[in-house]
Design a protein. Sequence first.
Lengths: 202, 307
Amino acid sequence: MNQAEVSKLVSKLRINVPPTHRKLRSPKGPEGRIDKLRKTVTGLVKFERIELNYNRADEARQYTERLISEAIRHGDCHKPTMDTANFWLLEKELIHKLFKVLVPRYETSNSSYTRLINAPKPQYGRNIDKVVLELKGNPFPDLINNNTNNKLLIQNVLLDAAKQDYRQSKINEIAKNIGKTENAPLNESSKKPEAPEKPVES
Amino acid sequence: MALAIRRSTSEVYGAAKWFIRRDCRVLSTLPEKAVEVPVETKQERPAVSRIRASARNPNLALRHVYPEFLPDPNPKWRNSLREKLERIDMLNRRKQIDIPEFYVGSILAVTVADPHAQGKTNRFVGICIERKGAGLRAEFTLRNVVDHQGVEVRYDLYDPTVHSIQVLRLEKRLDEKLLYLRDALPEYSTFPFDMDPEILPDGTPVPVNPVQVKLKPRPWLERWERQELQGVSNIEEHLKEKDRVRRELRKEPWEKYDLMKQYRRTIPIEDQNDIWAEVNHQLKQLQLTRKKVSRKRTFGVPKTQLG
């Protein structure tokens, strides 16, 4: 039995938002949770690609998306947005980055601003989902390589080497058989009469 | 003849001019001058951000007047088909009776059918202390003091037994909910039943009443001191040191920066635009017809009292 709050307007996020927030365990309670998320958001804006646990990454992703969408909507002359950026970005030079680098980058984009990619888990130890969280359009090489035709892909290098091996072995075989083939027809003709004849059907 | 000569001379002159210029150009070692085309400076359009464009929709102002048209933001209770059907039902109900614009803090008179007496109605006047619920379940609570006894009546906005809703005084208060009137002195929630409606001129913004009420001494129904109320004047008088310490401990200054908490409490702009585009036309039509009716009423021919 709630009524939607109408005092504030928010723009829609382009990611799936779970119905409730996650509790990130912390002795300081809800404040500790927000502190953790502030650190993660700051790290993400600073490094543009970070590896962390899934729970925290998914929460931090939502907050980052909201922060960027607010910055795009209101710009840097809006006091509440500036306050919010000041709260969420612990290193103050990143506020400049948010408004001068990230806002122009994402202004015209029609999809989400961040990407969440599963990372390999450690084989032994606590079985926790690891993910890579990154800002789209970052300067690093792609994590997902969809171009399978690339010669330098490790799979393609191995396949090429295997093909080469196979061809070489075939050539060697043929080369070995060259000498044998001259004598072969004689042997075959001598052997042929010994082979049992098939019964002829009447 | 003269004309022909004149033309021919001019042609000859033109040809000679062309030839000479050409000749000179051929003879000269200077490279041909590149013709300077005035480069049109392209006016770079400011990159149109979808987010900014959608926030500029003028229909969004309707959300203050008709908040119940927005669905409950809790995604567990969202159902697009049900919401759409409810909106149609709400508009149909609004065609039957005039549900005026009102806010928490406005003084209303509501007439409902009496369930215990056939064909009779009950009229209640009071201040709206709370608006709740979305869709057909939208409700509001009126409060008044009758015979030194506080009375609150909760009405459903789209209840078919409601005969009329009349706004006697259209205004807002400093807070979003006025539940603290329950613990305030009775004079702040006493309104006469024979109040005359106050008419605001068209186009004026809804006035905000800055009155600050005085609370009765404790015990209270809620811990008002922790709610950061604007409309209460004497809250500090009734507090002990213990309460002040606990209020400090319970403060959540980070809450206003919790971007996802805000997000989960509201309907995003893009969704709102769809909803308002759907109902805007019909709501405007309803307003127009209501204006026409009210004009007719004011300029109507008085009926003869004879016979």
